[in-house]
Ligand binder design. Structure first.
Ligand SMILES: Cc1ncc(COP(=O)(O)O)c(C=O)c1O
Length: 370
């Protein structure tokens, strides 16, 4: 047997549900202006970065990290006004989503979420052997509370993910709407608050009242730290203990633990940064709205969802001009939609100028056959 044949045999051993999967595909090229991944537009401020760099010299690189990440969990517990036993940290919130699915989901179970939603809920449900069940949002992107409750009542449903503000629609769900779902179920409800700092509300009160509610958050969006991969969960200790059964022992490395602790010392920097992003979001929304045939959906996140009859073509033309935005060619309900991360004022100006140039150049051309 030659090498190719034996590798084909090896790969035929892969579980059926994995055979069906496609890997997560971030943009392959790195364009100059990256408005496709909802990252923070500004890097960590230079003074803080310098202080962190000096401190990193005191971290032991030859030792395994603290497997309990105790110092970091204590800092996070202060921030969230809970005890450290209520905090779990992960290699990005992606890892925590997978741990939740490993523990509560798996073969024969269903994971419920509003649709459209963050794509990893579906992908990680599939890769852990479960069945994803999307419940379509209404036309105005509001929650179909009854639909979610009804799917959660299915005997095989184990957990639901609800992100608020929601990615990719950008809207936050009113607390009453989320509560209408939560109070009708005893299944695990993961409230994903990745974009909480860009909105005017939070869902913490639901966590306090309902033991089945857990809150997920990340350092990737409002804290300029997507590069260190750090997410955390706030949950009752009984739930955290279950997750600890599957969590890899050293899942958050020493550097990330150290950097995150330092970043938490500077809470006000991130709040100010989020405020700037929110102001810039409104400016960008207004300017996008002024473009011909453009629908701009209201956003409480650090990105804006738009609809345009020539969205696919617009995305390609922006890419030619070195600007990446996120398209949803294959997502139901998001036909002709693009998601645009709020960048720096300069990046947003470049985006608007490019959109104008592209759309003006296309005026009068037929819009079919794209
Ligand atoms: C709603 C939501 N949750 C979680 C994540 C993942 O964040 P992390 O970088 O912590 O894995 C994202 C990333 O885009 C997201 O949009």
């Amino acid at each position: 047997m030659n090498e190719k044949e034996s590798l084909a045999k090896i790969n035929a051993l892969v579980r059926g549900e994995i055979q069906q999967l496609r890997p997560y595909e971030p943009e392959a090229a790195l364009p100059e202006i990256r408005l496709d991944a909802n990252e923070s537009p500004g890097d960590v401020p230079p003074e803080l970065k310098q202080a962190i760099l000096e401190g990193l010299g005191r971290v032991f690189w030859n030792r395994y990290p603290d497997p309990e990440a105790l110092r970091l969990r204590e800092r996070l517990a202060d921030r969230e006004r809970v005890s450290p036993e209520c905090i779990l940290v992960g290699n990005g919130s992606d890892e925590i989503i997978r741990d939740l699915l490993t523990v509560y989901g798996g073969p024969g179970t269903r994971t419920v979420f509003p649709a459209p939603a963050f794509s990893m809920y579906r992908l990680l449900t599939l890769s852990t052997g479960g069945t994803p069940v999307g419940v379509r949002l209404r036309e105005d992107w509001s929650l179909d509370e009854a639909g979610l409750v009804s799917e959660l009542r299915h005997p095989n449903s184990r957990l639901a993910f609800i992100a608020s503000p929601n990615n990719p629609t950008g809207n936050a769900f009113p607390r009453a709407a989320v509560e209408a779902v939560v109070r009708e179920t005893e299944r695990l409800i993961v409230l994903d608050e990745a974009y909480r700092m860009f909105s005017n509300g939070d869902l913490r009160a639901l966590w306090e009242e309902y033991p089945q509610v857990v809150l997920l958050n990340t350092f990737s969006k409002s804290m300029s730290l997507a590069g260190i991969r750090l997410g955390y969960l706030v949950a009752r200790p009984e739930i955290i203990q279950m997750l600890n059964r599957v969590r890899l022992p050293y899942n958050v490395d020493s550097m990330a633990q150290y950097i995150a602790c330092q970043a938490l010392e500077y809470g006000s920097i991130w709040e100010q940064q989020a405020q700037r992003v929110m102001a810039e979001r409104e400016r960008l929304a207004q300017r996008l709205q002024a473009l011909p045939d453009m629908t701009v959906f209201p956003s409480q996140a650090n990105f804006i969802l738009i609809r345009h009859p020539r969205a696919v073509w617009l995305k390609t033309n922006l890419a030619d001009r070195n600007i990446a935005v996120r398209g949803f060619e294959k997502t139901e309900a998001l036909e002709n939609c693009l998601r645009i991360t709020v960048g720096t004022p300069g990046e947003n100006d470049s985006l608007i100028a490019a959109c104008r140039a592209v759309l003006n150049a296309s005026a009068g051309e037929p819009s079919h056959g794209e």
